[in-house]
Design a protein around this ligand. Structure first.
Ligand code: HEM
Length: 398
């Protein structure tokens, strides 16, 4: 899936002609595609009859087989997004407090400071930069590392591993062509975090790494694999998604200058605007659920064991729910959108993501005298977490 125009054209077509469509693609095991808002919200909330395991996202069959051979599951990892009840609830509880709005608000001063650091960096770069590579990719990475308690020196490794993990179908971001490359990435991630866990057991600090290293589930210490998986999901889910939202958000604001001016002049809409930008970009393209029983929908039957892909960008542009869905409207009600999913897996980091966007654009917009594209934006080729690879811009900052 490449640029947004062709992606939304395909979703519009499917939503109106075949809302539950069977996909048979040579590189993937067959699956159903859902593109209507109501269906996606309904199936997303049926967490006992549409499971997150054993197939959580679409991955090419060859890689799935390699994962099965090494780990015995087609996910490889077992992180929060791969789990179902009862384990999912117990594991989610471990960090729930950390991600509640009242805890996230305590990070505001730190996030504001980092936002200022990155906007200052843009200013120091002069009047041109690649907004995605120089800013959008690095700001959320710095924040998630800071929350986890990892040093700045870890940035390079984390950026590379996250991109290789989510780079999916993109030849520039993939580690290599072979199926074993994906396994190498997982193993490298795991080995890095195993060291951090050992350190925080010996030297507890006030960070999320210490919470994970010392967490107990059912009165027992969390095992090493669960801890490493937790680190991986937090570091990866908290980074690429938010980067995509900031990069795609900047592009959308440049294309809607009246909305840019509205946000700049109206701090009261910061939270709404941040969440509308997230609807607009919908960085997580899909999640997959597996049916536990036969289910009839739109005159067809999803059989027990079948996989269903929930296409969030399609839900977020459904005209049955959103008035003028293809217009960026920063004053839109932010509660309806599904970019963070729905049901018991709904994004744990959603308030952090919104805070990051709020702080970043609140710092940037009042200082921005002008900005324009300085070349064509390029898209990552990905069907899981998608966004821009590059967006050269020319600007004047005050
Ligand atoms: C889960 C989207 C930012 C951590 C999810 C899910 C979506 C999503 C759609 C649901 C998965 C499912 O239903 O199976 C996004 C978007 C973001 C974002 C669009 C940014 C704009 C973040 C951030 C964090 C984070 C900043 C911080 C660590 C997580 C975690 C889960 C999750 C841990 C798994 C929750 C569970 O399965 O119980 N996210 N996310 N996300 N997200 Fe986010």
């Amino acid at each position: 899936m490449g640029d947004e125009r062709s992606m939304y054209a395909l979703f519009d077509h499917l939503r109106s002609t075949d809302p539950l469509s069977r996909v048979e693609h040579p590189d993937y095991r067959p699956f159903w595609s859902l593109t209507r808002y109501d269906d996606i919200r309904h199936i997303g909330s049926q967490n006992d009859s549409f499971l997150s395991a054993p197939r959580t996202i679409l991955i090419p069959s060859a890689f799935e087989e390699a994962l099965l051979a090494q780990f015995g599951t087609s996910n490889g990892l077992e992180t929060l997004i791969h789990m179902d009840r009862p384990k999912h609830l117990k594991m989610r509880k471990v960090t729930r407090e950390w991600f509640l709005p009242r805890s996230i608000e305590t990070l505001q001063a730190e996030v504001e400071l980092l936002a200022k650091e990155f906007v200052d960096r843009m200013q120091e770069m002069g009047d041109e930069c690649d907004f995605v590579k120089d800013i959008a990719l690095l700001f959320p990475l710095r924040i998630i590392l800071s929350i986890l308690g990892l040093p700045r020196e870890a940035e390079g490794t984390m950026l590379r591993l996250t991109q290789e993990m989510f780079g999916g179908q993109d030849p520039e971001l993939q580690r290599g062509d072979s199926e074993t490359a994906g396994l190498e990435v997982l193993n490298e991630f795991g080995a890095y975090f195993a060291e951090v866990i050992e350190d925080r057991k010996r030297n507890p600090q006030d960070d999320l790494a210490t919470v994970l290293a010392n967490a107990e589930v059912d009165g027992e210490p969390m095992n090493m694999l669960d801890q490493a998986s937790y680190f991986i999901i937090t570091a990866s889910a908290g980074h690429d998604t938010t980067s995509a939202a900031i990069g795609g958000g900047m592009k959308a604001l440049l294309e809607h200058p009246e909305q840019l001016a509205l946000w700049r002049d109206t701090p009261a809409i910061d939270d709404r605007a941040a969440r509308e930008v997230i609807r607009w970009v919908s960085p997580v393209r899909h999640m997959v659920r597996t049916a536990t029983a036969d289910t009839d929908l739109h005159g067809k039957t999803i059989r027990a064991g079948d996989n269903v892909a929930l296409w969030y960008p399609a839900a977020n542009r459904d005209p049955a729910v959103f008035e003028a869905p293809n217009s960026l409207d920063l004053q839109r009600d932010p509660k309806t959108q599904l970019a963070f999913g729905y049901g018991s897996h709904m994004c744990l980091g959603q308030h952090l993501a919104a805070l990051e966007l709020r702080c970043f654009f609140r710092e940037l917009l009042p200082r921005l005298k002008s900005m324009e594209f300085n070349g064509d934006p390029e898209w990552i080729k990905a069907i899981f977490v998608g966004g821009l690879r590059s967006m050269p811009v020319r600007y004047q900052l005050g």
